[in-house]
Design a protein around this ligand. Structure first.
Ligand SMILES: Cc1cc2nc3c(=O)[nH]c(=O)nc-3n(C[C@H](O)[C@H](O)[C@H](O)COP(=O)(O)OP(=O)(O)OC[C@H]3O[C@@H](n4cnc5c(N)ncnc54)[C@H](O)[C@@H]3O)c2cc1C
Length: 457
């Protein structure tokens, strides 16, 4: 509980209109996309690194938790005040400071919305590829903290691959520039890379220098319909074996397809279907060649149908349906346990077959979709949390799925991070020695454990 005298000191640092203490206001900052609820004691809106530094110094004196927050779209509970304390909303640090066409970099504050940065750089013929499905709401700061990635990771990589440098405020209050503004740089330990994906537990990011690349000339989107997931998974392996790297290869299994069938801009055949959404980009000569090759491969794989988007609008509608998939799953059951596991691409077929067996054995609906091209699968165990028996079965099924992922040499999170959701499983993947080293790193950054406590470990 943060005392009245501390609130007074915070008000002095931030000004009265940049601090919330009323219960009804705090409630708005008590959730993220996990739909769990933890009430903070106070929410603050700092304007810059100096104010953040003062708040962190106060937190070390008074020993209260500080939880950085972007848009609250996180899927692992990272922005939740699990031990109460102060939620630090980054919404006032929302400026694009520079887009440098000579050096192909952008400098932004952490509260910039991902899609906004993308559209601004694209106006100049440049490209910032990381594309989480939440890009219309998520912030670049949240993307950095979670090392967000999206469908385009197959060809272009994830947030980590675009972060060159960061300005951070350490939990003890020091303001620090780390990383570089150049394409190369190997001086000292790569602290910027350590902060990327650290889930707001090591430092608060207040400035980000990002690498940009030229925008691909053209892109084309294709929807391919398969009778089942096995055929689709084999097709993905064939495409990659032919040395074609599409910008994205997304899949939706039959349960997922049913949830967005009415949102797709085309009539689908009746019955169970698996869909691949494939996008290729580059120069027009190359992509026409790639499209022809992919079409040939798909047609040899026993597909039910194939459609090349006729124009930009149709391609956008296909992507819209894909992005709406996560919330649309509520048509099956009101709640879900969502995990974003990754398996080696070559083991995708094995994974989805076993997943279906697990679903049947536990009598659970487990729709899956995701980035087939890089083996990143969003599994969704659908349930009603009021049904204790179903919750118990879902927990058992989840344990089995996590074990399966690790046995297949995969990883238990490709995008969403550990937060609080994956804490029980981290030991399945990281050895005791690895975990011990990580907690020593945490201690070196944050000796009093005030920054985002209760996460990851
Ligand atoms: C419908 C939907 C689809 C999604 N699709 C994807 C996807 O395709 N790929 C993907 O990777 N993720 C996806 N996500 C998850 C989520 O959008 C990402 O993790 C995103 O990066 C979170 O950004 P945010 O601004 O909402 O951060 P928040 O949820 O507010 O915070 C996330 C974490 O970042 C920390 N943090 C935030 N800002 C800072 C900062 N300035 N300094 C230090 N730490 C900070 C927080 O403490 C927290 O631990 C999806 C979420 C939803 C709801």
């Amino acid at each position: 509980m943060i005392s009245k005298s501390v609130i007074k000191k915070l008000t002095h640092i931030l000004g009265e209109k940049n601090i919330l203490t009323k219960k009804e206001d705090l409630f708005l900052y008590s959730h993220d996309a996990t739909y769990q609820e933890f009430m903070p004691d106070v929410v603050v809106f700092p304007k810059d690194a100096r104010e953040i530094s003062k708040i962190l110094r106060l937190a070390n004196e008074e020993l209260f938790p500080v939880i950085p927050r972007g848009a609250g779209s996180g899927m692992s509970g990272g922005a939740l005040a699990v031990r109460g304390g102060l939620v630090m909303a980054m919404s006032r640090l929302n400026r694009i400071l520079l887009i440098d066409e000579d050096n192909l970099i952008a400098k932004v504050e952490p509260g910039v919305i991902t899609a906004h940065l993308q559209s601004e750089v694209e106006k100049l013929g440049l490209f910032y590829p990381p594309d989480p499905a939440s890009l219309d709401v998520s912030t670049i700061g949240g993307n950095v903290a979670e090392c967000a990635g999206g469908p385009r990771a197959l060809k272009y990589g994830v947030t980590r691959d675009y972060v060159l440098g960061l300005t951070v405020v350490l939990p003890t209050g020091e303001i620090l520039d780390i990383g570089v503004e150049t394409a190369k740089g190997v001086v000292g330990y790569d602290l910027a890379r350590l902060i990327v994906g650290s889930e707001g537990t090591l430092a608060i990011v207040t400035g980000i220098t990002l690498r940009l690349i030229p925008k691909p000339e053209v892109k084309k989107t294709m929807l391919v319909i398969f009778p089942d997931m096995l055929y689709a998974a084999q097709c993905v392996s064939r495409i990659i074996k032919e040395k074609i790297v599409p910008a994205t290869i997304e899949f939706m299994d039959s349960l997922s397809v049913e949830c967005v069938r009415d949102q797709l801009p085309l009539e689908l055949p009746e019955g169970e279907l698996t869909i691949l959404l494939i996008e290729v980009d580059g120069n027009s000569v190359q992509i026409d060649k790639d499209i022809r090759k992919i079409e040939n491969i798909c047609r040899q794989m026993g597909i039910t149908g194939l459609r090349l988007a006729r124009d930009k609008k149709e391609a956008e509608d296909l992507w819209k349906a894909r992005r709406n998939l996560s919330p649309s799953l509520q048509k099956i059951k009101p709640h879900k346990i969502n995990q974003d596991v990754v398996v080696p691409r070559s083991r995708l077929a094995e994974f989805v077959t076993t997943l279906s067996d697990i679903g049947q054995r536990y009598n659970l609906s487990i729709p899956s979709f995701g980035h087939a091209g890089d083996g990143n699968i969003h599994i969704n165990i659908m349930l009603n949390r009021d049904n204790n028996d179903e919750v118990e079965r879902a927990d058992q099924a989840l344990k089995e799925i996590m074990k399966l992922v690790v046995d297949l040499k995969g990883t238990i999170s490709g995008e969403h991070g550990v937060g609080i959701s994956k804490k029980p499983y981290i030991g399945m993947e990281i050895s005791a020695t690895g975990l011990e080293l990580m907690s020593r790193i945490k201690k070196a950054f944050d000796p009093n454990g005030i920054l985002n406590p209760g996460k990851i470990f």
